[in-house]
Design a protein around this ligand. Structure first.
Ligand SMILES: [Zn+2]
Length: 205
């Protein structure tokens, strides 16, 4: 036991000696005892840290406040005038067509499900309201939402399909602002901007 103790204390002494030796060989570092560090500095560091965490949390929430409607985005047909796939005549396309194969459809923004239904044109559809905007997701094979439901961005509201007036499976998205059709690409641009801004800000922290 004595041998062991002396070995331990010997090691400690050696370690201390080495440390002092190194310091002597180089420069003398003035260090403060932790208790001597100004407590207001510690407080402000903790505050900075919690503010930073809070900011990161907000950035994450902002990033999650938008979602593309499908996990893979490939535009089949844009909004605007085009040759109608059925009649071949120039006709206004009131939405955006995305390539899809039995894919989950995500709400692009938080909002309320104001209508679900099925008709000959849109097939099975879900309409969400986001303030003055409404967004409809059409030609679904399955509806996974109910009227009055509150959804978050990224919530699954349906499965893509080929119901209604459709020449092949795709997701048709229409967007209205105060009742007038607008290009859904505007929402895509918004999603892109929000996510890019959040990533850029996060990478600077
Ligand atoms: Zn379409």
């Amino acid at each position: 036991m004595m041998v062991l103790l002396s070995l331990i204390s010997g090691t400690t002494i050696m370690a201390q000696f080495n440390t002092v030796g190194r310091l002597d060989n180089h420069q003398v570092y003035k260090t403060k005892n932790p208790q001597e560090i100004n407590s207001s500095l510690v407080d402000s560091l903790i505050l900075n840290d919690s503010l930073k965490n809070e900011f990161i949390k907000e950035l994450k929430a902002r990033y999650m406040s938008v979602s593309y409607p499908l996990s893979k985005i490939k535009i089949n047909s844009p909004y605007g005038y085009r040759k109608d796939p059925f009649s071949g005549k120039l006709k206004f396309h009131n939405g955006l067509d995305l390539h899809a194969r039995n894919a989950k459809v995500y709400a692009m923004l938080a909002g309320k499900v104001i209508k679900i239904g099925q008709d000959r044109r849109a097939g099975k559809y879900v309409t969400l309201m986001h303030g003055n905007f409404t967004v409809s997701y059409c030609h679904l094979s399955r509806i996974l939402a109910y009227e009055g439901q509150m959804v978050k961005a990224g919530d699954t509201i349906g499965i893509t399909g080929n119901t209604g007036r459709s020449t092949g499976e795709h997701l048709h998205i229409t967007c209205k602002h105060n009742g007038d059709y607008i290009d859904p690409m505007l929402i895509f641009k918004h999603i892109e901007t929000v996510q890019k801004d959040c990533i850029a800000t996060l990478s600077q922290l």
